[in-house]
Design a protein around this ligand. Structure first.
Ligand SMILES: Nc1ncnc2c1ncn2[C@@H]1O[C@H](COP(=O)(O)OP(=O)(O)OP(=O)(O)O)[C@@H](O)[C@H]1O
Length: 363
């Protein structure tokens, strides 16, 4: 548990970066500090590892005031990841990652073995170990940054806009990767971003800060979308919070229809006015056949994907909107067809169960 007790930070020029921050950051979860530029996110984060000391108030880790711990020692137990990874340019990837274990007294050989293992953990080919940072893409460097922060196996990980410098696709992959890692590692992660979408994707607790380091709301993503505490939070969360709220509604309650189905290889007996789903011999969906199709060669691949009952209504609606047929296909764990649901029926289902902002309803 990381606790901020009435923490204030005023810089020597009089800037009030954080004022009277009271916050409890739970262990083993991802807590996101989010807010507009200059609201004191980085300042708050850096007060945890004493890169910055508060002007008044206390930051406690498991009840102990960090002010009583030697900063260098403190930082070796707290991983730190920043934008652009901040790798040492003249060290190879393996040596970048091995730095902290070596500082902690591990032998070079053992530290390098740890580093190679971590490359795999963060999804990088160990063959990259001998390269230098500039020989990696931005996303790969960011993964190395995460591996380096994990190298001493610290219980706490501080991440300051770690994925901001990469393109949206890589960013999405890195977010997914972080969630996958966290499901195995259970670290206490404090993550700074100015992007509310990123906060909602990865955060278990989201702390919305206003300029001057004022905490406007600390809540789960679902709670934040459902009940923004005030005007500032609701405008920061965005106008489409109703749609985003569907991320927290399970798709398992949607009523599925049985679409017309044709087996791959079978001849079309008669043309139909409806979209027909082509399946394989195990009833796994392969593609949509347009109305009036005369041959299965006209089938359109399922580029938009399929959803499972464990997915969210948002995912189902997204698929339905993108699908040429206007319907989303649901499959079981083996990829076998369960049924389909049209975009309009998804919306109707949500509406009849209350507005989508009333997340948590089972449709
Ligand atoms: N060393 C400093 N001296 C004076 N003022 C500073 C210093 N560092 C930060 N500030 C100011 O403190 C306020 C909070 O800065 P901070 O970097 O914590 O914000 P942030 O929310 O992380 O912003 P961003 O999203 O733009 O990175 C800002 O007004 C900033 O200009």
């Amino acid at each position: 548990m990381i606790t901020f007790e009435s923490v204030t930070k005023e810089y020597p020029d009089g800037t009030s970066a954080v004022s009277g921050l009271d916050l409890e950051i739970p262990p083993g979860k991802i807590t996101v500090l989010v807010g507009p530029s200059g609201c004191g996110k980085t300042t708050s984060l850096r007060m945890i590892n004493r890169m910055i000391d508060p002007t008044s108030g206390r930051v406690l880790i498991d009840g102990a005031d960090v002010a009583g711990t030697n900063p260098a020692k403190l930082r070796r137990g707290i991983g730190y990841v920043i934008q652009n990874a901040g790798l040492f340019p003249h060290r190879t990837i393996v040596d970048n990652i091995a730095t902290v274990p070596m500082l902690n007294g591990e032998s070079k050989a053992k530290s390098r073995r740890t580093a190679l293992d971590l490359l795999e953990v963060v999804g990088l080919d160990p063959a990259m170990a001998r390269r230098y940072p500039t020989q990696l893409s931005g996303g790969q460097q960011q993964r190395v940054g995460v591996a380096r922060a994990l190298a001493a196996d610290p219980p706490i990980l501080l991440m300051d806009e770690p994925f901001s410098a990469v393109d949206p696709v890589v960013r999405h992959n890195l977010q997914e990767e972080l969630l996958r890692l966290q499901s195995q590692l259970d670290k206490t992660i404090v993550f700074v971003t100015h992007d509310i979408d990123e906060a909602i994707t990865i955060g278990e607790l989201i702390c919305v800060l206003n300029v001057g380091g004022v905490l406007e709301q600390a809540a789960s993503p679902k709670e934040l979308l459902e009940n923004p505490a005030n005007e500032f939070v609701s405008s920061f969360v965005g106008k489409d919070r109703g749609f985003r709220g569907l991320s927290f509604v399970a798709a398992n309650g949607l009523t599925l229809a049985k679409p017309p189905v044709i087996l791959r290889g079978d001849a079309l007996e008669k043309s139909t006015s409806a979209w027909t789903l082509m399946v394989d011999d195990k009833r796994r969906p392969l593609g949509w056949l347009p109305p009036e199709a005369t041959t299965t060669d006209e089938s359109q691949p399922l580029a938009e994907g399929v959803f499972s009952p464990d997915d969210s209504v948002r995912r189902a609606l997204d698929i339905a909107i993108l699908a040429p047929s206007g319907s989303a296909i649901s499959v079981d764990d083996e990829g076998v067809l369960l049924g389909t649901v049209a975009a309009g029926d998804i919306v109707e289902s949500v509406r009849s169960n209350g507005s989508s902002a009333t997340v948590g309803v089972t449709v």
